[in-house]
Design a protein around this ligand. Structure first.
Ligand code: TXA
Ligand code: MG
Length: 320
């Protein structure tokens, strides 16, 4: 089991000596290592059983540091960085050779972001190298939004877990880049499409449901509970599975169900708040995955605000 605590000095020393530390961010916990140290980066891939073709995001303390690692930042993406950093936005930018090819899985662009978490920002300020950090979950499982989620699945692979409480946003960063003058969203996430379009106008959203060559890691079956999850109209699904009563759990947006045991259901936000729903999504999926039911029935949210990104995660979880 990894030690859990709030010791930034200790985290910095471990990272400087090539060890891995789980770090809190506003989105999800990251499994961090020195991005410039190939040995540490190899350990990251190994620890979470992640295929080498799935590139890692690099975390820095501020936009000034980004220039050490990338050739340039196009105007549109700079405007997004100014609007949303520190925050749940990752930019794909042409890398300098100091970033190992291993980090980007051989791609010419590196994903960079400034996370919005006080502990991790002061850790990054103390380091003279950036942190490569994928979400701190075993490859394919639900992303962690608390220190105990990390401990549950990766505790034996880590030197230390820096405990920053429950993640405020709860969904991974929105990944944005540019090709031929067009701003593209590669992964829906914690910053909504409409917030991005307010800054740079209409964007192109790449199909999210399948893997694409730009982002080979965005596999369909991702963020998935071990139990089967079915997405649809909850009333209809409950009707269809009535004979298995008690053998399913329910994940709803707002509603609770009087004929389903309280321990077998979660409403993401009883007041219908999209931010609250995002914050609760992954811990709700983990909780329901641990019930003795064999099936999770879930519903999509309206496709507005963070509903788009939440639905993306639900669809991937159900795609197994
Ligand atoms: O919010 C987040 O982004 C969290 C926290 C820890 O920062 N990190 C995260 O990392 O979600 P990860 O590794 O679970 O997902 C990163 C995804 C990869 O699967 C890949 O698809 C995409 O980002 N990505 C990273 N670098 C890329 C690159 N150079 N080109 C294309 N896609 C990239
Ligand atoms: Mg991940």
């Amino acid at each position: 089991m990894a030690e859990i605590g709030k010791d930034i000095e200790k985290s910095a020393a471990l990272l400087a000596s090539g060890e891995l530390v789980a770090i809190p961010t506003e989105t999800v916990y990251g499994l961090a290592g020195n991005a410039l140290d190939e040995k540490a980066v190899v350990q990251i891939f190994k620890s979470k059983n992640r295929p080498r073709f799935d590139p890692l995001i690099v975390h820095v303390a501020g936009i000034d540091q980004v220039y050490n690692y990338v050739e340039s930042i196009p105007e549109e993406l700079k405007a997004l960085a100014e609007a949303f950093w520190p925050g749940p936005l990752t930019l794909l930018l042409t890398k300098k050779s100091i970033i190992p090819d291993l980090v980007t899985s051989g791609l010419g662009k590196v994903g960079v972001r400034v996370p919005n978490h006080a502990l991790t920002l002061s850790l990054l300020e103390r380091l003279d190298f950036p942190l490569a950090a994928p979400s701190a979950n075993p490859f394919g499982y639900i992303s962690p939004t608390s220190a105990s989620h990390v401990q549950d699945h990766l505790g034996d692979k880590l030197a230390y877990i820096l405990d920053g409480g429950h993640c405020e946003v709860g969904l991974e960063s929105t990944i944005v880049g540019m090709e031929e003058g067009q701003v593209i969203i590669y992964r829906l996430g914690g910053i909504s499409v409409s917030a991005i379009e307010e800054i740079v106008g209409k964007v192109l959203i790449l199909p999210q449901s399948s893997s694409n060559p730009q982002s080979p890691g965005m596999l369909k079956s991702h963020y998935a509970p071990r139990k089967r999850m079915i997405l649809g109209d909850l009333d209809e699904l409950m009707q269809q599975h009535q004979s298995e009563k008690g053998d399913f759990a329910i994940l709803s947006f707002k509603r609770s169900f009087s004929d389903v045991p309280a321990s077998n259901q979660v409403a993401l936000s009883s007041s219908g708040d999209f931010d609250e729903a995002a914050r609760n999504l992954f811990s709700a999926m983990r909780r329901l995955d641990e019930t003795d039911t064999s099936l999770i029935l879930a519903e999509e949210l309206p496709e507005i605000h963070l509903g788009k990104a939440i639905n993306d995660r639900l669809r991937r979880a159900a795609a197994k």
